[in-house]
Design a protein around this ligand. Structure first.
Ligand SMILES: [Zn+2]
Length: 74
């Protein structure tokens, strides 16, 4: 057994959705984070709107992220 050299969790443990959001321009990333926080946007409506703009995503990762069932909530 060796307990030396252990690494803390990396912040790259983001879920697929947030990893892609992190790759966007700051302006776009902030907008998407705002939509995610807005209860008026249902997950499927948001997925459709983002996909129409070229950010192709399904509602499942959005739902998982909002429900905190994704890897970035751990
Ligand atoms: Zn997430």
């Amino acid at each position: 057994m060796s307990l030396t050299g252990l690494k803390p969790p990396v912040k790259e443990a983001l879920c697929p959705l947030m990893r892609r959001v992190a790759d966007l321009d700051k302006k776009d990333a902030e907008a998407v984070i705002g939509y995610l926080a807005d209860p008026l946007w249902t997950s499927s409506a948001l997925a459709t709107a983002l996909t129409n703009e070229g950010f192709i995503i399904s509602d499942t990762p959005i739902w998982r992220h909002r429900a905190k069932r994704c890897s970035c909530a751990r």
